[in-house]
Write a protein that binds this ligand. Structure first.
Ligand code: LMR
Length: 395
């Protein structure tokens, strides 16, 4: 029976990282997976996380199962972080949440809820979007529509096209939005544009599902959340999938949360109960370690303050890398790369063809997706010149 199964190709992001690891070229540059790397090319542990971990390891008295909804300090801390201190939705108790295995787990539980509520719902995703959105959401049985989002010519959001396409989204449909730091293009909606999409959701009745994996990596924790919070303030229903992979560097610990912002408390509790049943069916209960660390940080003012400082420094460094990369690419190629500085978060498209991206991989050991999406946080002072001259050489 099992011998009928054929080998599948590697994941287009994770497979590329593996290919880079296997590349013996000492000059190789890994711009594949979205992880933050420091000047030495290492993905560091936050100092605040290290301190939380030392305390946790010293005090931990059990490895019994977590509660199905996860750690309470984590849930409360994340609700506050995502929705904002004093959020009216929180004060009205119309928010329910479940700790999930990573942001992917949050997307999956959100999708399960959507499917339970509206089996025929269509999920509108941006073109382009994170490639894993498709398998993650379609495995639940939801169908897709795409809306135009990024214009490669202007390197910006094609908002008119987005609005024109989303006019087709109706009540019972879901529109997947990237809360900030769009993956893969780095081009985000301005606040006025979020307001227009909120108007459309109000008028047309679709439900926003916001993938919020990069809070704090664009313009800071609160500014990155502004568009999402505007939706929450205006609309009766919003689903949010958030993650601590990037903003706490807890990638391998799989720390995520799904938040259901509902009409009222009764509905929020109903959705949590539905989400718990879905979680039990798939993974039973969430993992403990990472969420206990995040919960500790978010419930201890001194730890939270130092984590915020570390995150702000990381964000500032990424924005500095964006400026440096723009400058060096422009010097080497004589072309305009100003968009790299305007875009936010870890990712940007360099605007290369598939052939050019593949040539960079083959001839220069520079690993970016075929779409020319780069992880800006993989650039550093040691590889910047090599990257800029190599890109100019294939252009
Ligand atoms: C990425 O897009 O590189 C990250 O979100 C990591 C992943 O799981 O794909």
């Amino acid at each position: 029976m099992l011998d009928k199964l054929e080998r599948l190709p590697a994941d287009i992001i994770l497979g590329l990282a593996a290919a880079c690891r296997a590349d013996p070229n000492p000059a190789k540059v890994d711009l594949s997976v979205g992880i933050y790397m420091d000047e030495q090319g290492l993905c560091p542990v936050f100092e605040s996380v290290r301190r939380a971990q030392q305390a946790l390891v010293g005090e931990e008295v059990t490895k019994a199962y977590m509660a199905p909804a996860g750690d309470e300090a984590f849930n409360l801390g994340m609700q506050r972080l995502v929705l904002g201190e004093g959020s009216p939705a929180l004060l009205d108790a119309r928010v329910g949440s479940i700790q999930t295995p990573g942001g992917c787990g949050a997307l999956r539980i959100g999708a399960e809820i959507i499917r339970a509520a509206a089996p025929d719902a269509r999920v509108w995703v941006s073109d382009p979007t994170w490639p894993n959105h498709f398998p993650l959401l379609s495995s639940v049985g939801l169908s897709f529509k795409t809306y135009r989002y990024y214009d490669p010519a202007s390197h910006d959001v094609d908002f008119d096209a987005m609005v024109a396409d989303l006019k087709g989204a109706t009540a019972g449909d879901v529109v997947l939005l990237h809360g900030c730091c769009h993956n893969p293009c780095g081009a985000d909606l301005a606040l006025q544009q979020w307001a227009v999409i909120a108007d459309m959701a109000e008028r047309q009745g679709f439900t926003p599902f916001i993938d919020f994996a990069y809070q704090g990596l664009g313009d800071g924790l609160d500014r990155d959340a502004a568009g999402m919070r505007l939706m929450v303030a205006r609309l009766p229903e919003v689903i949010i999938a958030a993650s601590c992979s990037k903003n706490m560097g807890l990638y391998r610990e799989r720390v995520g949360i799904v938040l259901f912002v509902c009409r009222d408390e009764t509905n929020a509790q109903a959705l949590v109960s539905q989400g718990l049943v879905a979680g039990r069916r798939i993974y039973s209960m969430p993992p403990a370690h990472g969420a206990l660390l995040a919960g500790r940080i978010l419930s201890n003012p001194a730890l939270e303050a130092s984590w915020r400082d570390e995150l702000a420094a990381m964000c500032q460094r990424i924005n500095g890398l964006r400026s440096g990369l723009r400058q060096r690419l422009e010097q080497e190629s004589g072309r305009d790369f100003g968009f790299i500085e305007r875009e936010k978060g870890m990712f940007s498209f360099l605007g290369l063809s598939v052939e050019q991206a593949q040539r960079l991989r083959r001839e220069y050991s520079i690993y970016m997706l075929d779409s020319s999406r780069i992880n800006v946080a993989g650039v550093n002072d040691h590889n910047l010149d090599y990257l800029a001259t190599s890109v100019a050489a294939v252009l």
